[in-house]
Structures are given as C-alpha cells and as structure tokens.
Design a protein around this ligand. Structure first.
Ligand SMILES: [Zn+2]
Length: 174
C-alpha cells in the first residue's frame, strides 16, 4: 500500500449530501458548514452538493460522478445536518487512507476501524481500488432484517482491501 498523503485542502473534493427524502432538510446545509470549510482553506469551487434519495445510491452516485471525476486526491463526504465547529479540526490533520470525524456516543468509536459516514474523507485510491458498490444496505438473505448500516458495508470492504480507518475530531449529529 502506498503511503496515505497528508490532507491538502486545494486537492480535495467536498460533497455535501442533502437527501431529498427528508422534506425539511432537502437541499439544505448547516449555516456554518461552507464558511467553516473555506476557513480550512478549501476553495468554494471544490465544494459540491448532491441531492438524492436512497442513501447507498446517493453515496455511490456522488463518489462516481463528483468525487472521482473531480480528479482531486481527497474525497470528503459530509451529511447536510452535521453541525461542524472547532472540535472537528483534528479531522483535517490526521493522515490515513480513510479518516472519519466522530459523532454520537463514544461507544460507537470504541473499536478499531469503526466507521460511520456522517463526515469522512478518503484518498481517491480507496474508491479506485474497491469495486463498487462502495456503499450498500446489508440485509438478511430473505431481505427482512437490516443487518448493518451502509457505513458498515463500506468499512468491511475497505478493511478487506487493506485500508485502515482513523478517527479524528468530533462533530455532532442531531
Ligand atoms: Zn453508520
């Protein structure tokens, strides 16, 4: 595995997912998200929003059609309802193939390679090396029980492909 590159704000593509399944939030972004990203040195032209309904399809579509086609090295995904402030700063300083900003209870992050996708970034190599779909919603064989979140599906594929996941910084998820 090649060395993961330190984050370069000018060589990143930020995708904000604005889920059209949630009428109150469709197309909307937290007020401070864009100024925060610009404060981190990310040019406005590198920040995109994608408004699609089905969670795994929205993530896969955005990675394929926005992240990878951007030509940028670092692909960042942020849910539109993530309130982000200075507690998230270590997220940008960590160096790994996949870096995730923690949200929710500490217990969700208590094991190695724990991953939830409210705010994360990955080196483009991760998506180039792993066969899509990168995200899916795992269910029991008969389709009656959801067995993991879409994040768990990605985590398992990333770890199987020998990528590692670093947890850094905190953002809240309402
Ligand atoms: Zn999750």
């Amino acid at each position: 595995m090649a060395e993961a590159k330190a984050f370069d704000p000018t060589d990143c593509c930020v995708i904000i997912l604005t889920w059209d399944a949630i009428p109150q939030r469709c197309g909307m972004v937290q007020f401070n998200t864009i100024p925060y990203l610009e404060d981190r040195g990310i040019p406005r032209a590198n920040i995109h929003s994608v408004c699609l309904r089905w969670i795994p399809v929205a993530r896969n579509w955005a990675i394929k059609n926005v992240g990878l086609t951007s030509g940028k090295r670092h692909i960042v995904m942020i849910d539109n309802d993530m309130p982000i402030d200075g507690k998230a700063n270590p997220f940008w300083e960590a160096t790994d193939d996949v870096v995730v900003c923690m949200a929710g209870t500490a217990e969700r992050w208590s094991f190695a390679n724990a991953f939830h996708s409210g705010m994360f970034r990955a080196d483009r190599r991760v998506f180039e090396d792993i066969e899509p779909p990168w995200f899916d919603l795992p269910a029991s064989a008969d389709g009656t029980v959801q067995t993991d979140c879409t994040c768990g599906y990605f985590r398992d594929k990333a770890v199987a492909a020998s990528f590692s996941i670093t947890h850094a910084g905190w953002c809240a998820h309402p």
